[in-house]
Design a binder for this molecule. Structure first.
Ligand code: UDP
Length: 188
């Protein structure tokens, strides 16, 4: 359906992103679920986000099954949440710097607290809730100055992909990944 999915399994994808972080290669990740694929086929702007991403992976069994039916099998689902958790695990040994953007303030504070408790060697260099004025560009400037290894963007689909697409040019490094409702899950 025109979406350039990466043929990779979950562990391989995490290894690939860790490698990109270690080489300071700027990376834009979209984990696309069936809803995103449908949106992209109806809305060229959303398809454009998918084309601009460095990697698009199959978020959900629906995408994996559809690919199988269409004769272009994908190894397994690679979700935003699983990718985030595994990157935090690796980040805890490699002392990654991370920035969190998105969710309600209270949820975000709990997410930061839980990450600090579970992954004490991960350095949360900054965070901002997901209800901000898009016309002011202070968040992107802050992230550009902090130069985190990883930026988790939880603004919902396709808002998070729009934000990354519009701001990516300002950053010199970092893996930028849309993670949907993952902060809500980590917050408990
Ligand atoms: N969210 C946000 N800003 C917004 C809208 C949503 O930060 O303007 C957050 C919301 O609080 C939640 C996350 O985005 O933590 C995912 O939202 P939702 O479940 O609606 O997205 P989806 O599951 O459709 O990707």
């Amino acid at each position: 359906m025109g979406v350039p999915f990466l043929h990779i399994n979950q562990q391989g994808f995490v290894d690939l992103l860790v490698n990109r972080i270690e080489h300071e290669e700027k990376t834009f990740v979209i984990t696309a679920n069936p809803e995103v694929v449908m949106q992209a086929n109806e809305n060229p702007t959303v398809m454009n986000y998918l084309k601009k991403a460095t990697y698009v992976c199959a978020d959900g069994i629906g995408v994996v099954k559809a690919a199988q039916i269409l004769g272009d099998s994908l190894p397994e689902r690679v979700t935003g949440y699983d990718t985030m958790v595994r990157l935090l695990e690796v980040g805890n040994t490699k002392r990654f710097k991370i920035y969190l953007l998105g969710a309600q303030n209270e949820t975000l504070e709990k997410t930061v607290k839980n990450i600090n408790q579970t992954y004490p060697n991960v350095d949360v260099v900054g965070y901002h809730d997901g209800f901000f004025d898009w016309n002011k560009n202070d968040i992107a400037s802050e992230i550009a100055a902090l130069k985190p290894d990883l930026v988790f963007v939880a603004l919902g689909v396709p808002r998070q992909e729009k934000w990354i697409t519009e701001n990516l040019d300002q950053f010199s490094k970092g893996v930028f990944i849309g993670v949907g409702g993952s902060f809500d899950v980590i917050a408990g």
